[in-house]
Design a protein around this ligand. Structure first.
Ligand code: MG
Length: 381
């Protein structure tokens, strides 16, 4: 029987890569639901090609447009529509790739139904943290990941579950400033010039500050149940080693391969089996060397703040995530300097006093409050 896939965020880069994998393997997969935000044209094309049973689009106007084109299709919209479509259960794997904190509640709903969810949305674990992990355990949901680093770690741990992890070696490209000085004069253009991966603006800025790696450290902590001092960020600028795990006997298992998001996506969709693809294989003789370097936590302050936030507890991670989104957007709009991102973020963490977050509503409330307070803090400075 074919696996039925639901894609939350079908028109984004993870969503379209997921559909590429599905297109290449029609004998294995079919689409159950497609969930999109504003790109109704692209969603309409995807509906024509993949024939989902359910779709979601954010606005009512777009829903009406789709209704005229596809009269027998189950179409949802708005806040209630997102609630409804994320509570359906007629699929085998959901890819959670909505952008931002809006992905948290729908993913939580799927987990509470005990489903298998492949995570691409960072906020699910960075903001959802403890609550998501507890819900997954309680409802026997399976959490997979399509993030290249976490997929690599998952693969390194295959068959190793009973062996004690000494360290997770999470690789990072280092971003555009690894060899350069970070100054007040860094422009949006400088920061958007990422050396190895092609991504959206927010995540590219997060890569340049290494905040993105900080979020991945938090995700690794929750996904693999390790302490922060068991996670070492390793800068590997060629991005061929996707991450490694070191065991107590000193053995390091590494995941090495081509740079393509379709590989971790295909691995999650067909877990635990691999899928053949047309992606060019690595030529180790051309790569020649694999160099590893240690990140400077004083220079990449955001990365240090992420480790601090893990030690302080879940609510600090929510603050870190919300403050970062506000600060990165402000930088992209040239409202603050590049160096204000870590500086104001540190202030936000210092001002936070810790909260117990035992419901999604409490997380969303703290997220919203932090966004408002970060804007206020920006005005003061
Ligand atoms: Mg990554």
């Amino acid at each position: 029987m074919k696996k039925r896939i639901s894609i939350f965020g079908s028109t984004g880069s993870i969503g379209t890569s997921t559909l590429n994998v599905i297109r290449s393997h029609p004998e294995l997969f079919e689409v159950s639901a497609l969930i999109a935000g504003n790109n109704v044209k692209k969603l309409a094309e995807q509906i024509l090609e993949f024939h989902p049973r359910h779709v979601y689009i954010k606005s009512e106007e777009h829903q009406n447009y789709l209704k005229e084109k596809f009269d027998s299709l189950d179409i949802h919209f708005g806040t209630q529509g997102m609630e409804d479509i994320s509570n359906l259960t007629d699929y085998d794997i959901a890819v959670s790739a909505l952008v931002g904190i809006s992905g948290l509640k729908p993913t939580y709903n799927m987990i509470r139904h005990g489903k298998t969810v492949a995570l691409a949305n960072k906020e699910v674990l960075v903001a959802g943290g403890e609550l998501i992990i507890h819900a997954a355990r309680e409802h026997h949901a399976t959490l997979l990941t399509v993030d290249s680093e976490h997929s690599a770690i998952m693969q390194c741990l295959n068959g190793e579950r009973h062996n004690k992890i000494d360290k997770i070696l999470l690789t990072a490209s280092g971003g555009p400033f690894f060899d350069k000085e970070i100054t007040d004069n860094i422009t949006v253009e400088d920061a958007l010039d990422h050396p190895t991966w092609n991504m959206g603006a927010k995540v590219t800025i997060d890569s340049s500050t290494m905040m993105n790696k900080g979020f991945e450290v938090i995700e690794a902590k929750w996904l693999f149940d390790v302490e922060p001092d068991q996670i070492q960020v390793v800068v590997h600028r060629k991005s061929f080693v996707h991450s490694m795990v070191q065991f107590e006997d000193g053995t390091i298992i590494a995941n090495i391969g081509p740079k393509s998001m379709e590989i971790p996506i295909a691995y999650a969709l067909n877990y635990p089996n691999r899928l053949q693809n047309q992606i060019e294989k690595l030529d180790l003789f051309q790569i020649h060397t694999l160099a590893f370097e240690k990140p400077d936590l004083e220079k990449f302050k955001c990365l240090k703040l992420a480790f601090d936030a893990i030690k302080k507890g879940h609510s600090y991670q929510v603050v870190l995530n919300a403050a970062d989104e506000v600060l990165v957007n402000a930088f992209l709009e040239s409202k603050i300097k590049y160096t204000d991102i870590p500086r104001i973020m540190e202030i936000m963490l210092q001002k936070h006093t810790g909260e117990k977050l035992d419901t999604i509503e409490k997380i969303l409330e703290l997220d919203q409050k932090t966004r408002e307070l970060t804007l206020l803090e920006m005005e003061i400075h």
